[in-house]
Design a protein around this ligand. Structure first.
Ligand SMILES: [Zn+2]
Length: 68
C-alpha cells in the first residue's frame, strides 16, 4: 500500500508507505479554518512511513503560539 500526495501547488510531493497508526475527524478551530469546513480528517503516520519524492527543500515549519 502506498499513498501519494502533494501540497496545493505541487512543489512538494510525498509518498506514505505504511498504514496510518491513527485517524480521526478533528473539529478544533485550526482544523475548521484550514479546511473551510466543520472538521478536518486527519491521518497520523510513523515518521519512517514518509518519503519525499520532490521539493523537500521547500518545507518550512512553524509552531502556533497556543500549541502544546
Ligand atoms: Zn484540529
Amino acid at each position: 500500500m502506498a499513498l501519494t500526495g502533494s501540497c496545493l501547488c505541487g512543489a512538494v510531493q510525498y509518498e506514505l508507505t505504511q498504514r496510518p497508526v491513527w485517524s480521526h475527524n478533528c473539529h478544533c478551530s485550526r482544523c475548521r479554518k484550514a479546511s473551510g469546513t466543520a472538521f478536518a480528517s486527519n491521518l497520523v503516520f510513523k515518521i519512517d512511513a514518509l518519503q519525499y519524492s520532490r521539493g523537500k527543500e521547500h518545507l518550512r515549519s512553524f509552531k502556533p503560539h497556543d500549541a502544546e
